[in-house]
Design a protein around this ligand. Structure first.
Ligand code: ZN
Ligand code: ZN
Length: 279
């Protein structure tokens, strides 16, 4: 089985987990139901992403033409499937002449200024950009990791493949303890990162790095930093092996609300920007 086909099961896992959590007693039911459908759509994009032959650089390896061509049918899909405000924004974006290809290239190059948008639909546009790029970036990242023999290093809080910030952390069992990994918001690559270091400012003092948990989400940790006031949400797979980090992140939005009330800012929002919307 190719690395790509094998990795499609990761999308199956995300979809199944979102459906399962949406069926339970959760304040995030609507968001999770929408995410389950979105992940199913993204899975098809992931499988359709073309290999870019001979691409040396990661940014070149992403099928940006394919991704940009995907946007018009994705907007139609959003009109039918998304929550009301996003569906309305999709209708408007269909009528606008947006140069998605250029926007995608700028976004991948982390050129925030070129992607910045002050229009009424800025948030919806960013969502479309990120939702479409995520599976294409993941496909390119997997093909790349598959060819590379070296493992990503553990001292950078930026993704070793695409240099984006992580959207969520993971604790995974290792020997007698647990190791921490970060999950890239853009390409979903996971890489190991030191456990007691703030991924935002590099603070290492234990006393400045409080960890908050709550009974309602026993496997979800708010790993905060009192120096820079950012936090990373980390999903503890050692206490819940069924959790799927990017889905359990969406399900535990009350913790983001709480962290915001304490004056902490999330390092990087998730695709659905549930944390931002609560503010
Ligand atoms: Zn990445
Ligand atoms: Zn910090």
């Amino acid at each position: 089985m190719s690395a790509r086909a094998g990795s499609a099961t990761r999308w199956d896992g995300r979809i199944a987990r979102a459906r399962e959590l949406a069926a339970g007693d959760t304040p995030a039911r609507e968001t999770l139901s929408f995410y389950a459908q979105l992940a199913d759509y993204q899975r098809s994009l992931f499988l359709a992403a073309a290999d870019v032959p001979g691409a040396g650089d990661f940014l070149q390896a992403i099928d940006v033409d394919g991704a940009a061509a995907t946007v018009p049918p994705f907007l139609v899909w959003l009109e039918r499937t998304a929550p009301h405000s996003l569906a309305l924004a999709a209708t408007t974006m269909r009528d606008e002449e947006v140069d998605w290809r250029t926007l995608m290239r700028a976004s991948l190059a982390l050129d925030d200024a070129a992607v910045a948008d002050t229009s009424r639909f800025a948030e919806a546009k960013a969502f479309v950009l990120n939702a479409v790029l995520q599976p294409f970036a993941e496909a390119a990242a997997i093909d790349r990791l598959d060819r590379s023999s070296s493992k990503p290093g553990m001292h950078s809080s930026r993704c070793p493949i695409c240099s984006s910030l992580p959207c969520v952390g993971i604790l995974r069992e290792e020997g007698q303890g647990a190791k921490r990994l970060l999950v890239c918001a853009r390409c979903l690559t996971e890489w190991e990162y030191l456990r007691v270091v703030c991924p935002s400012c590099g603070e290492e003092k234990f006393d400045a790095l409080p960890v908050y948990t709550t009974d309602g989400f026993a496997h979800v940790r708010i790993e905060a930093c009192d120096t820079c006031r950012h936090y990373l949400k980390t999903i503890d797979l050692t206490t819940n092996g069924l959790a799927v980090p990017i889905v359990d992140d969406i399900a535990s939005v009350p913790l983001d609300l709480w962290a915001g009330e304490q004056g902490y800012r999330r390092l990087r929002s998730n695709l659905l920007r549930t944390a931002d919307r609560q503010k």
